[in-house]
Design a protein around this ligand. Sequence first.
Ligand code: CA
Length: 674
Amino acid sequence: MNKTVICMSCVIGLLSTLSISSCSKKSAQVSYDDQFADYPVYEGHDLELTRDSLGTHFTLWSPKATSVRLNIYPDGDSLPVISQHVMEKDTGGVWRFSTKDDLVGKFYTFNVQIDSIELRETPGIWAKAVGTNGRRAAVIDFKATDPDGWSDDKGPAVKSINDAVIYEMHHRDFSIHPESGIAHKGKFLALTENGTTNSNGSATGIDHLRELGVTHVHILPSYDYNSVDESRPGDPQYNWGYDPYNYNAPEGSYSTNPSDPAVRISEMKRMIKSLHDAGIGVIMDVVYNHTADNDLSNFSLTAPGYFYRHRDDGTYSDASGCGNETASEREMMRRYMINSAKYWAEEYHIDGFRFDLMAIHDIETMNQLAAALREVNPDIIIYGEGWTAGDSPLPQERRSLKENVARLDGIAVFSDDIRDAIKGHYSNAEDRGFATGKESNKETVKIGIVGATTHPQVDYSSGNNSKFPYAASPSQVINYVSCHDDLMLTDKLVKSMPEATVEERQRADKLAQTIVFTSQGTPFMFAGEEIFRDKKGVHNSYKSPDSINAIDWALKDANSDIYNYYRELIKLRKAHPAFRMTTADDVAKHLIFDDTESPLLISYSLVDNANGDEWNEIKLVFNGSENEEQIELPSGEWLVVARNGKLVAEGFDTIKGGATIVVAPTSALILARK
Ligand code: CA
């Protein structure tokens, strides 16, 4: 096969010459990206492969191609081509080829040619089954990948996103350590193993999740990503996976056999089924904002330039900080995102999505996407990072920014306000937060407590990050104190409290998470924090070895006090709707702050059986100081739920009000009365 492979910047240059270079001399108003405005929109739902009784059908959208070739292979990586077929141009920018043969078991790629330039082979952008490293797409029988009982499989029902307790995890971190006691270490199947324990006999794996009480796992990227070489499954390789290659097929390194396209699909489905059977939902981390490659991405090899934003000189703009950014406002990219997310919800029963750098996507696309997903599953959970990692040609007012979240319908954003206010700024390791004794963060913690909604007792002008109540309801906010990015809480405590003892750090840890889990909004935690694991101070462990990222499950016994605290905290939240109000009005009416002079003391009550709670009043007092503080407790008999580093969801003591009560250093006091 004789072909000319040329780098995409040459093609981009070609497009530029053909389409706009002469215009740009005339008018500064014409941007490089204007050339994509007249690309035809394809309305069909049969991209790129379909099978029926008439045979196997291929349809590639590539409006500027001058010819397209389809290549059929016997395997996913090495064997030579069996046959090649010239595809025929049709309307809507697509190219077609059909055969009456059922090609199940075969693999395929496309070669797009634009004038004299033939682009490299690509499995297309809609490959749903792929071979090793995703280089060739596969024709498989999808029905055969369904586990037993799949047609009745369903995730947990959630009335509101606020009812969810989200646990963010990476497949390999969760199971790779010898102390996991799990057989399929680092694989999808790890989460199908029941009855696993560490060497002390404490539950690990899916039993641990059930015991902890989280409602949803948020799995780091599980679509096919680029960085881990699937042909070397025995080698210790690690990546978070924020480098998308095939958006619509699972990652091969998490399967037991990356070369068999059906295996990764069936194993991921088995994982989801197993979590659903345990009553746990699955949220997928999706990264539609950029691709691993620029010129050699599957987007670039099918419709060069179209799926990305550019600067006026034709270079890729880079709001992702990874070399490129996609263009959701362009109709075929918008449809791609919507249909891809829908596909995961329908075919894999995914219960929710976390959008990486969501502000790269335009508001209109996110709203259409959310509406489409709610048609598949009314309970679907959608949230994302309401920021970009660099500037974008997309105007601020169109970005799905945190500050614009009130214009996003049924979509939540991460609260960097509460995160940084509680533990200290993410980019400054030594910086402390409210829970570790910093005096200037009180008002920002309060912004977090009310879920960034309008509240008469919160002064947004004193907020560290946001200066106005950006959330229309607490359902638009994800509260957290750490995640896979930046220093995780345990490491942050070491760096910012270098003189502190382990016991003091654990007190701060408990206080920090108590604020998160009792605040209005949706709580989110990073896997392993409940057993006080750390990442040895590594803040960006995206490709660090297992020695940094793996969770050592022996810590579950060593830190059983922390573990029991987290477990009770989750139980408390789930038992009490007062922590899960769904409207800003309810929060303004039922959440009353007490006046406290100390900058390190926050005290508030959830009153009048908030959100139908059985408790008439819940009083929460957070003392971020290393000294004892005092509050005046109103009269009556109060149930003690949390005091001095101990928390029991049903309460463990009673005290009489009408007196001054001591609040222990660096701790939460939670009291309740009927
Ligand atoms: Ca891969």
